[in-house]
Design a protein around this ligand. Structure first.
Ligand SMILES: *Cc1c(COP(=O)(O)O)cnc(C)c1O
Length: 400
């Protein structure tokens, strides 16, 4: 039998720390490895598989589009990208969409749009304020925006023009603002940084400051968008509207895609030839995106995520009450982190996997759970049973 792990280590760049299983097949919230072991998938492709694996709606859209037209480039019009753009505009506060292929690319597009707008309307203002522990991607522009030195430092010099200020510190944003500032960009909830929640009023405070100073408010909803936090977009629950928004992960139910959305008067500053992508708006990806987003809206999977979240969080909070090593449960919708009193997250994740649950150690001391929006009550209960056993096993945690 092929030793896939050995071959991976021979042929691929060794830039990932992968969990030691080879996944072959999935259905709903379950996946199977090449040895036939079954797992409950609470990683969900890192908040990507919002409908779970092999959802019939996505499979059908892909199969039909693949046998009709996969790719044409943006030298021509195709139907799926127009249908998806219309659906996103009709269900958000924004007016126009640019499609690309990943979250990083969406952030790059948002940065370029903000700079273009700054050139035309703000005398060349181009600096963007972002937050420490914020994550916006790995290309050199998106990396410059990312507030994690561990990702940034080995790759300098990076693109200039970014200020990183502490998360949840509105005064720091005000202090970092100068005549060259064009935008403030944050995630509604810091995902990769550890599922860090915005303090009440923080996003509203940024919105008000941007209005006062004439800055663009960019929300990076790459991880939080498309129902993940219990509303189609996370901004809805914060009572604020961004000027520019980035989307990617869940947008096409597992197929690579990214999008920048913007208000009409801002989007108008990107003119013919200013920006582009060969694959962006690709018919196959856009058809998957349209089917996915339409299903989320028609079936109100945002509400399903809220209900599932209530069950998941109450089970996790009861663990927090029982186990001394669990000291916080945080998040919103189905973007949830369980934090420990020590750096045991990788041991907990290993113990979960041995018992048939896939989870992610988002920080050395925190496990992140991102099941599909249509996860069932039974699956939540089973996952929580496994997680609790795994925590006890991995930490020898004693009852409180
Ligand atoms: C994952 C993520 C990105 C980067 O997306 P990729 O598709 O990995 O390029 C950007 N911003 C946020 C908020 C993310 O969670």
């Amino acid at each position: 039998m092929t030793d896939w792990v050995a071959e991976e280590s021979q042929y691929l760049f060794q830039n990932y720390g992968r969990q030691p299983i080879v996944l072959e097949r999935g259905a709903g919230t379950r996946v199977w490895d090449v040895e036939g072991n079954e797992y409950l998938d609470f990683v969900g492709g890192v908040a990507v598989n919002i409908l779970g694996h092999a959802h019939p709606v996505v499979v059908k859209a892909l199969a039909e589009q693949a046998s009709t037209l996969i790719h044409t480039s943006n030298l021509f019009y195709t139907k799926p990208m127009i249908q998806l753009a219309k659906l996103l505009v009709e269900n958000s506060c924004l007016d126009r969409v640019f499609f690309c292929n990943s979250g990083t690319e969406a952030v790059e597009g948002a940065i370029k749009l903000a700079r273009r707008w700054g050139l035309d309307t703000r005398d060349g203002a181009h600096e963007i304020i972002t937050t420490v522990d914020g994550f916006h991607g790995r290309s050199l522009g998106a990396l410059a925006a990312t507030g994690n030195a561990r990702y940034r430092d080995p790759f300098g010099p990076l693109m200039p023009g970014f200020h990183h200020v502490p998360w949840n510190d509105l005064e720091a944003i005000k202090a970092a603002t100068n005549e060259k500032t064009v935008a403030v960009m944050v995630e509604p909830i810091q995902g990769e940084g550890g599922v860090n929640m915005p303090a009440p009023g923080y996003l509203q405070g940024i919105r008000d400051w941007c209005d006062e100073e004439g800055l663009l408010f960019i929300l990076d909803e790459v991880q939080t968008g498309i129902g993940r936090t219990g509303s189609l977009f996370a901004y809805e629950q914060e009572g604020v509207e961004p000027d520019i928004m980035t989307l990617a992960k869940g947008l096409a139910g597992g197929v690579p895609i990214g999008a920048v959305m913007a208000r009409e008067d801002i989007a108008a500053h990107l003119v013919k030839g200013d920006h582009g992508s060969t694959f962006g708006g690709n018919a196959l990806a856009a058809a998957a995106g349209y089917a996915t987003v339409k299903h989320v809206i028609d079936e109100d999977l945002s509400a399903a995520a809220r209900n599932a979240s209530e069950r998941l969080v109450s089970r996790l909070r009861s663990m927090e009450d029982r186990l001394a090593v669990v000291n916080e449960v945080r998040g919103r919708g189905l973007l949830i982190a369980v934090q420990f009193t020590r750096d045991c997250a990788s041991d907990v994740v290993d113990a979960c996997r041995r018992r048939g649950l896939l989870a992610n150690n988002v920080r050395p001391n925190a496990v992140r759970l991102m099941p599909p929006l249509n996860v069932s009550d039974d699956e939540i209960d089973r996952a929580c049973d496994i997680l609790e056993e795994a925590i006890v096993d991995a930490t020898r945690s004693v009852a409180k």
